[in-house]
Design a protein around this ligand. Structure first.
Ligand code: F3S
Length: 64
């Protein structure tokens, strides 16, 4: 699975990096930064879905 992030949609709600700290961090302004280069290791896929499902701006997406 892959993860994608739309910086222009992010409003800094913080849920992603609280729920998926191994995949997402925050920058100095509170916007998300991906810690992986698109490809998500199988053991972190559940965390990936959690981050995507809980972003109210749909800024994080899970793709095949
Ligand atoms: Fe941004 Fe959504 Fe995370 S708005 S900080 S990507 S929860």
């Amino acid at each position: 699975m892959k993860i994608s992030y739309d910086r222009s949609a992010c409003q800094g709600h913080n849920r992603c990096y609280m729920l998926a700290p191994e995949l997402v961090d925050s920058d100095d302004e509170g916007y998300a930064i991906l810690l992986v280069d698109g490809e998500v290791p199988a053991e972190l896929e559940e965390m990936e879905r959690l981050a995507a499902d809980n972003c109210p701006e749909f800024a994080i997406e899970v793709t095949d």
